[in-house]
Design a binder for this molecule. Structure first.
Ligand SMILES: Cc1ncc(COP(=O)(O)O)c(C=O)c1O
Length: 387
């Protein structure tokens, strides 16, 4: 059976260049980047090369990047690190402002901070999943420590007005954090022009390995590390570096940074082929797109749809039997029976949330895979609706 993988937002297959970089670094002579001998210097130079590649991709200085153990760690380090540093400077700064559609790595970290005495404001979103700048303006003030708003959503792809909200945060002396885990590789991120102080990234969404990420920390941002121990990463993240993983992340980052336009248009054409194929076969009344329909307002590689009368569990199980991988929401919550917090925040009923499926695409997908997937979904839906 030819399998079709349409779950790139959960994790993307490793790029061959990233795998080669991983194998080269892992198979190299032993070397701890902190060791001063030639072995150590060899390992260190791989980490430096990767940091340089990532800094070119983001338009920042290499020393503003800290490698982490993934997007979740970057988000946690951003929230805890900025909230605690802000409160240490000024005890009145205890406000955390975020949105209802953040990844749980942000939401649960923010809730934890609330249990430690921080005041949490969770901004609502509209039907497209977008937060309003007006609401953000009302929530951000002189006691706000951190504002955390994601670049693009992992379930729907909806982009947030991070530049406008970043300006508001800056005006009030709050630290602005952006989770750009899904945006990397699909939008031109330039931290030199964005009013953003902290930015989270993850390697495995762009064809790097799982368990590696990075946090951009703008020079001068009130922030303190999450991990203490050795003096790695300029004392910003203790622990021996994952040298092979970081080398592979660097290789993946430079490849995707040079191919953003091609990646965008490829993902958009596969997405369109699947959506149009479904609408042609099922009719427009049966298929609803969750999120922003306007390509300017969303990431190109995510398609979240509801199919009336068909539960996502049943559809995903049937698709899996046919060799097609998609997801019921974010990878972290799709194993649970809870309706998606993102779709719920957008005002969808629990019933409709359970009809919703996320397809997410990458360079490994083709238009003919999209056509085949639409055909198989139409057959499954016809069979299920007959029952
Ligand atoms: C928007 C977003 N933030 C954070 C994460 C967590 O990243 P990681 O899997 O590297 O911990 C994910 C992963 O799904 C994500 O989509």
């Amino acid at each position: 059976m030819d399998r079709i993988y349409m779950d790139y937002a959960a994790t993307a297959p490793m790029l061959s260049e990233a795998l080669a970089a991983y194998v080269a670094a892992a198979g190299d002579a032993p070397g701890n980047p902190s060791s001063l001998h030639a072995f150590g210097r060899g390992a260190r130079s791989r980490v430096t090369e990767a940091r340089d590649a990532l800094s070119r991709a983001l338009g920042c200085r290499p020393d503003e990047l800290t490698f982490t153990g993934g997007g979740t760690e970057s988000d946690n380090a951003a929230l805890f690190g900025a909230a605690r540093a802000q409160r240490a400077r000024d005890p009145r700064r205890t406000g955390i402002v975020t949105t209802a559609v953040e990844h749980h790595a942000v939401l649960h970290a923010a809730e934890r901070l609330a249990s430690e005495g921080f005041e949490l404001t969770v901004l609502p979103v509209d039907r497209a999943g977008r937060v309003s700048v007006h609401d953000a303006e009302a929530a951000i003030g002189e006691t706000t420590a951190v504002v955390s708003v994601m670049y693009g959503n992992n379930e729907t792809g909806t982009l947030q007005p991070i530049a406008d909200i970043g300006q508001l945060a800056r005006r009030h002396g709050a630290v602005m954090h952006v989770d750009a885990v899904q945006a990397l590789g699909y939008v031109h991120i330039d931290v030199g022009t964005l009013p953003v102080d902290l930015l989270s990234l993850s390697a495995h969404k762009i064809g790097g390995p799982q368990g590696v990420g990075a946090l951009y920390v703008r020079t001068g941002t009130p922030w303190q590390p999450l991990l203490y121990g050795g003096s790695q990463e300029r004392r910003k993240r203790a622990g021996t570096e994952n040298v092979a993983g970081i080398a592979a992340f660097g290789a993946a980052a430079s490849l995707v940074a040079n191919a953003i336009d091609a990646r965008r248009s490829h993902a958009e054409s596969v997405r369109n082929a699947l959506l149009c194929g479904l609408i042609d076969r099922l009719g427009p009344d049966l298929v609803t797109v969750n999120g922003d329909a306007d390509p300017e307002g969303r990431l190109p590689h995510i398609l979240n749809i509801g199919i009336e009368g068909v539960s996502n569990e049943t559809l995903l199980m049937n698709l899996d039997l046919q060799g097609i991988a998609a997801s019921g929401g974010s990878a972290c919550t799709s194993g649970s029976l809870q309706p998606s917090h993102v779709l719920t925040a957008m005002g969808l009923s629990p019933h409709f949330c359970k009809n919703s499926v996320r397809f997410s695409f990458g360079m490994g997908n083709t238009i003919s895979q999209a056509d085949k997937t639409a055909e198989i979904i139409a057959t499954i839906v016809a069979r299920l609706r007959k029952r």
